[in-house]
Design a protein around this ligand. Structure first.
Ligand code: ADP
Ligand code: MG
Length: 509
């Protein structure tokens, strides 16, 4: 686990990342941040949702001079929404440093932008077309620019911004650092790299494939409010030997393990805030089977090697495919079969599809079990226990007692009573769980079916969106999608972490 201390960042940045809920660096960040901090050019390739924004945002904020009000950093992004999001994330990283990022995009009143530029932001996050406008009007000075970032380069290419990008790269000072991030590396991007970058380091983080065939993967569509009752029913039906329940945040883990305990399950939680001794003791109890349910955050479960986990419940859908693969990989170990059940709220279905695509696996849809099924599950367990006990030959001392009982009560009634006592009947003790907001996929990251057409959509690359695919150009070189294009509407775009709710990535409060 690489924490942000390991990069030798200024404490104001480490503090900011902490307040954003970032606990550890993502794979692409681990590899790119140190290189970028050294001032080297780099090309970073990783699938969407892997934290590429911070991968360049951190070095930008770290390296730029807060004493100077000159524009020192430029980030080019394909869309207005991304410009806004990226500027927001950079401003969060810079919240304890005197550095600010300003988004500049087409469609916004240019005189207003000129006014905003007078506040002397050090970083401009812009769509290429509008940046060119300012370049030509000389409302953006280029001579102090030290770092240029091309974010989502493949997307900019698809949108036909390639010439704008080339022109911008020609105009900015030669003595600069260029960082290029992209999910895919089409030839035209490689050419840009060759032409405009200085011996760039190539860093590519590949999505991990799922190699866990003996895990049965299911999902259930469950409303946030219903999740807990459904979890209890599933625990009753499956009676797992050992189960891990994954929650998104530390608070979630605490509340879940408390709620499960209240309802009579042997459960404990682990997350990063617990000290080592406590974590060890929880794990020991779990391994010994003293508790049957371990509630965990992604981070806390990292690297756990526990055999005999029969079930993984994703109480909250994981952030990305890697964390999904990691979570379900806790079960089905050592040749044993395992089962994973992922809860997905109606608004998270797209997110689930994204995971399916990245892992090249479909999850089987299951309907939510009823209270009755839960009861039946527990009754079955009671029957099994009773049968198992009657198969043993240590009952001699009880037989006389049984014969006496049968003189007064008929055998059916007697066995029924024994079964009822052995059955853990569904418990509806009220519990408290704070709601988590749904994870949502930005539309951009999830083109609807039929667009792009790269075969089945499973396992394929990101579909290539032709430049003329429904969009059109208007003045200023900005791309305007026609209505019906999947560019996210402002209200729909992905909420950024750090907002009170919204999408969080391993964010643990
Ligand atoms: P990409 O550009 O690779 O598609 P983003 O930069 O948009 O991915 O990041 C996806 C989400 O992950 C964002 O909500 C971001 O705030 C969050 N995130 C990025 N890095 C980390 C980290 N190290 N820890 C926790 N969350 C992170
Ligand atoms: Mg991005």
């Amino acid at each position: 686990m690489t924490t942000f201390y390991d990069f030798g960042l200024h404490h104001s940045i480490v503090r900011a990342l902490g307040s954003m809920g970032f606990e550890e660096a993502t794979a692409i960040q681990v590899q790119t941040v140190p290189v970028a901090l050294q001032g080297k050019d780099l090309i970073g390739q990783a699938q969407t949702g892997t934290g590429k924004t911070a991968a360049f945002g951190i070095p930008l904020v770290e390296r730029l001079d807060e004493q100077s009000g000159n524009i020192q950093g430029v980030v080019l992004t394909p869309t207005r929404e991304l410009a806004v999001q990226v500027a927001e994330e950079i401003n969060k990283i810079a919240q304890f440093k005197n550095i600010s990022a300003l988004p500049i995009y087409g469609g916004q009143d240019i005189t207003r932008q000129i006014k905003a530029l007078k506040k002397r932001p050090q970083i401009i996050v812009a769509t290429p077309g509008r940046f060119m406008d300012h370049m030509r009007r000389r409302t953006i000075r280029l001579d102090a620019i030290e770092i240029v970032v091309l974010d989502e380069a493949d997307e900019m290419l698809n949108m036909g911004f390639i010439d704008d990008i080339k022109e911008i790269l020609q105009e900015v000072p030669d003595q600069r650092q260029t960082l290029l991030f992209s999910a895919t590396m089409p030839r035209a991007i490689q050419e840009i790299a060759q032409q405009f970058m200085n011996d760039p380091t190539m860093i590519s983080v590949k999505a991990k494939e799922v190699t866990v065939p003996n895990i049965e993967q299911q999902y259930m569509e469950v409303a946030e409010k219903q999740k807990f009752d459904v979890l209890c029913r599933l625990l009753d039906i499956h009676s797992p030997e050992l189960a891990i329940v994954f929650g998104r945040t530390k608070r979630r883990v605490d509340e879940l393990s408390e709620a499960l305990t209240k309802r009579g399950y042997g459960a404990e939680g682990i997350h990063g805030d617990l000290n080592q001794a406590k974590r060890d003791s929880v794990l020991r109890k779990f391994k010994e089977g003293t508790i049957e349910v371990l509630v965990a955050t992604d981070v806390a479960a990292r690297g756990l090697d526990i055999s005999g986990v029969t079930h993984v419940f994703n109480f909250d859908i994981p952030q990305d495919s890697e964390s999904y693969v990691h979570r379900i990989g806790r079960t089905g170990r050592a040749g044993k079969t395992g089962q994973s059940i992922t809860f997905v709220t109606p608004r998270e279905i797209d997110h689930l599809r994204l995971i399916e695509r990245a892992t090249n696996r479909r999850m089987e849809r299951r309907s939510v079990p009823s209270m009755n099924e839960a009861l039946e599950g527990q009754q079955r367990m009671a029957v099994e226990k009773l049968l198992e006990a009657s198969g043993r030959d240590n009952l001699a001392e009880y037989k006389t007692l049984a014969e006496q009982l049968l003189e007064d009560v008929d055998s059916v009634t007697l066995v029924s009573a024994a079964l009822k006592m052995l059955t853990k009947e569904p418990n509806t003790t009220p519990v408290h769980l704070t709601e988590e907001s749904p994870l949502r996929v930005s539309k951009k990251k999830f083109p609807p079916k039929g667009k792009g057409g790269q075969g089945s959509g499973f396992g394929g690359k990101r579909p290539f969106r032709p430049r003329s695919g429904g969009g059109e150009y208007r003045g200023g070189g900005e791309y305007r999608p026609r209505s019906g294009e999947y560019r996210p509407k402002s209200g729909e775009s992905r909420p950024r972490s750090g907002e009170s709710s919204g999408r969080t990535y391993n964010k643990q409060r």
